[in-house]
Design a protein around this ligand. Sequence first.
Ligand code: FDA
Length: 404
Amino acid sequence: MQTFDAVVIGAGAAGLFCAGIAGQRGLKVLLLDHAEKVAEKIRISGGGRCNFTNRDALPANFLSANPDFCRSALARYTPADFIALVQRHRIAFHEKHRGQLFCDDSSDQIITMLLREMEAGQVQHWQPCAVAAVRTAGDGFELDTARGPVRSRQVVVATGGLSIPKIGASDFGYRLARQFGHRIVETRPALVPLTFDAADWAPFVPLAGVALEVGIHTGQGRRAGRFTEDLLFTHRGLSGPAVLQISTYWRPGEPLQIDLGAGQDLATQLREAKSLSRRQLGNELAQWLPQRLAGAWLAQQQLPAERPMPELRDRDIERLAQALARWTLIPNGTEGYRKAEVTAGGVDTRELDSRSLASKRQPGLFFIGEVVDVTGWLGGYNFQWAWASAAACAGALAAGIKAQ
Ligand code: FDA
C-alpha cells in the first residue's frame, strides 16, 4: 500500500493550491479527484478569464455562521500574495470593477500556474480517481480509492460545494465531515438568479435583457445585505450582479427592496420635473429608468402613465418617489445549484481551527475552500478564500509532519 504525508481530495482551486505548497515544503503529497478534468470551475470562472482575486478582500466580504472565522487565514495569505504569484508566472491581468482582477488572456493560465506549482512540489496527481471510503488507521488514515488503497498521515477535504453538478460537484465533503462528527450549516445555492411566481412575473417577462443600476437590500441585523450594482431582468426573474450578491443574503419568504433610483434623490428631481416639464408621467420616468421598465412598473403599481406631470399633487410625488426607492418583491425561489456560482453554508467552522483549518474532532483531518461555511461576495472573493484557506492548511500539514 502506498503511503503519503498528506492526501488532498479535490483538484479544484483550494486542493491544487494546498497540494502544491505542501509538496514544496517537502511533504509527500497525493492529490486526487473523481472528475476527468482538473479545476473545471477555474476554467469557466469569470467568463473564461478567471476573476482570481479581489484586491480589497476583507473579512466583511464573507458570510458565515461564525463571521470571524475567516480572519486568520485571510490575514496570513492576502490578495497581494496571490498577485505576486501570478506575476512570478508572468500572467498578464487587469482590474475590471471594484478591485476585481481578471486574466487578460484566459483562466487556463491560472490552472497551468497551479499545475506548475504542484510539479515543483512533486505532488502525485491521480485523476479521474474516486474515493470510496476514508477511515482512521493507526496514527493516520486509510483511503479506498479507485486506484487501490492508500495510507496517509493527514487528509485534506477540498471537494467544494454543490453548484454545477455536471462538472464534478458532489456532497462527498459534507458526508465525510458528518462521518467524523462534524455539523453542517445548512447548504443553499448562492450567487444565483432569483425567480418569481409566473403569474406575478408575467408583466415583466417582455423586459428580459433590460439592465440598470439599482440599490438592493434584504434581511435585518447581522443578516442584512445591501449593494448598489447592476440588475438584469430575465424571463423567470432577476439576475445581474445586484441580484447575485443579494441572493447570498436572501432567505425564502423574505422580501427584496429595490431602489430603482440607485440612491438618487428622486423626490426632489420629480418635484423639479413637475414644475418644469409638461411630459406625461411615463415619459418623465423614462428619463431615469429604461423606458419599457418605466411603463411596466407604473402599470404594476396601478399608476397613470399618461397623466401630465403638472397634474400630480406633491403628496403623489412623495409616494411615487418612495415607491421607486422601495420597490418590494418577494422571490419564490432561486435558479438552484444548476446556476449558482457557489454554495452557502457547509462544514461548521466552530469545529475547525481557524489558523490551520484542522478538524477539532479528528486529528489529521482538514477542510478547505468552498466546502467550509465561508461564502464570499461576487468579485474574486471566493477564490481568495480558496487560496487563503489552502495556504493556512498547507503550512499546518508541514508543521504536523515535522512535529512527528
Ligand atoms: P472547486 O469546486 O473548485 O473544486 C472541488 C473539486 O473537488 C472539483 O474538482 C471536484 O471535481 C472535486 N470533487 C468533488 N467531489 C469529489 C469526490 N467525491 N471525490 C473526488 N473529488 C471530488 N469565484 C471567484 O472568486 N471568481 C470568479 O470569477 C468565479 N467565477 C465562477 C463562475 C462559475 C460559473 C462558478 C460555478 C463559480 C465561480 N466562482 C468564482 C466560485 C469559485 O469557482 C469557487 O468558489 C471555487 O472554485 C471553490 O474552490 P474549491 O477548490 O473549494 O472547490
